[in-house]
Design a protein around this ligand. Structure first.
Ligand code: FMN
Length: 276
């Protein structure tokens, strides 16, 4: 398999693990050979620690899951003092750090703190449906502004993660590109609703059931952008991954698949080795 280039990151294969489905990487070290992965995208971090939403926060369906984690994380400081050194100590695989902020300026603050760190890249999560406020990547102006702010603060490769919950994903992806993104990744979860004991729970849907939505969104952007597109959504096996490449993705991320079988990314990498 040839190396894949995303910004200045060189990946030994095009299969990564998606943010929020692989912890900070270290939790998975006994389940997966981390060195085999193309890249590890860590759980989204914010400036301050977040407790996330009250339990229950995940709802299993026959064809996927709805989650409403609400960006629980240890905050950038603890991530850098505890999680990142441990992860870097156990693998040479590129680490891409997912970031978010409660306001646009917070993204820039977190990116600025990360700029001095030995990481391979940043993925801006501007598409989480499980936090208060609107999804930034629903608005092309906000998308442009936040990517521009972060771009000014970091030399790291910058990936911008998009929501499928928009009318025209191409105009959002183009805003990210013109503001300086090195790549876009899509899709984040699809906003959804779950009934739990008579209560309505709002969350994000992921897994096999969103694969064809993701494929369509990737197809809608890939041929019109100069920057690479990373495909995410319901990827469970090598055939799924190949469908994403055909739709225009240069690399893929496995999310919900990690909960079903943590070996799925490795099986896809092996499958790609034999199919190319
Ligand atoms: C439990 C759970 C937590 C997630 N947390 C994050 C997160 O912190 N940051 C993020 O960018 N995406 C997060 N996601 C979204 C995934 O990275 C991915 O974009 C989405 O689930 C679609 O891919 P999949 O169908 O392969 O899971 C989360 C998804 C799940 C299921």
């Amino acid at each position: 398999m040839n190396f894949i280039k995303i910004g200045s990151i060189k990946l030994k294969n095009p299969v990564m693990v998606a943010s929020g489905t692989f912890g900070y990487g270290i939790e998975c070290k006994d389940l997966v050979d981390l060195d085999k992965l193309g890249a590890i995208i860590t759980k989204t971090i914010t400036l301050k620690p977040r407790l996330g939403n009250p339990q229950p926060r995940t709802f299993e369906l026959p064809y996927g899951i709805i989650n409403t984690i609400g960006l629980q994380n240890v905050g950038v400081e603890k991530f850098l003092s505890e999680k990142l050194p441990e992860l870097k100590g156990i693998t040479k695989t590129p680490v891409i750090v997912s970031i978010a902020g409660e306001k646009l300026s917070e993204y820039a603050e977190v990116a600025n703190i990360l700029d001095k760190e030995k990481i391979s890249g940043i993925e801006m999560n501007i598409s989480c449906p499980n936090v208060k406020g609107s999804i930034i990547s629903k608005c092309k102006t906000d998308t442009y502004n936040v990517v521009k702010l972060v771009r000014k603060k970091t030399k790291h490769t910058l990936i911008v993660k998009l929501s499928p919950d928009v009318t025209d994903i191409l105009e959002i992806a183009k805003s990210a590109e013109s503001a300086g993104a090195d790549a876009v990744s899509l899709i984040n979860t699809v906003p959804a609703l779950f009934h739990k004991n008579g209560n309505i729970v709002l969350g994000g849907l992921s897994g096999s059931c969103i694969k064809h939505i993701a494929l369509r969104k990737i197809y809608e952007v890939a041929k019109f952008l100069k920057i690479p597109v990373i495909g995410i959504g319901g990827i469970m096996n090598v055939e799924d991954a190949l469908e994403f490449f055909k739709a225009g993705a240069i690399a893929v991320q496995v999310g919900t698949g990690n909960f079903i079988d943590p070996q799925i990314p490795i099986k896809i990498i092996k499958g790609l080795n034999t199919s190319v």
